[in-house]
Design a protein around this ligand. Structure first.
Ligand SMILES: [Cu+2]
Length: 113
């Protein structure tokens, strides 16, 4: 009888946490409308050009699955111009790119060794 009572408490707590997890459902729904941006994995790239004045970065990158883009060399905007401060031509990087306001934008970048 006691055990049954404990199980009842645990399962109601589980139900509560399940409810809490589904509360930001609108955010998940929004992501579902934009499957291309739902996942933003780190991709491999190499810095080809850094343009601090324009806040742009030319990267040779591997396939970007979240953008359905094959490997290529292209110009990205950067989410924050400060991201360019520590980058130079030839750097190998891991980065995340996303489409922001219609422009391909690097949202995160880190050097690799
Ligand atoms: Cu590309």
């Amino acid at each position: 009888m006691k055990l049954t009572h404990i199980i009842a408490i645990v399962s109601s707590a589980t139900a509560l946490s399940a409810t809490a997890q589904t509360t930001p459902a609108s955010a998940a729904d929004h992501a579902a409308h934009h499957p291309a941006t739902a996942a933003a994995p780190l991709s491999d790239g190499e810095v080809r050009k850094v343009d601090k004045a324009q806040g742009k970065l030319t990267l040779r990158h591997g396939p970007l699955e979240n953008l359905a883009m094959p490997a290529m060399t292209m110009v990205f905007k950067v989410a924050d111009p400060k991201m360019l401060d520590s980058l130079k031509e030839g750097d190998k990087v891991k980065f995340t790119a996303d489409k922001v306001n219609g422009a391909f934008t690097v949202t995160a970048i880190q050097p690799t060794k």
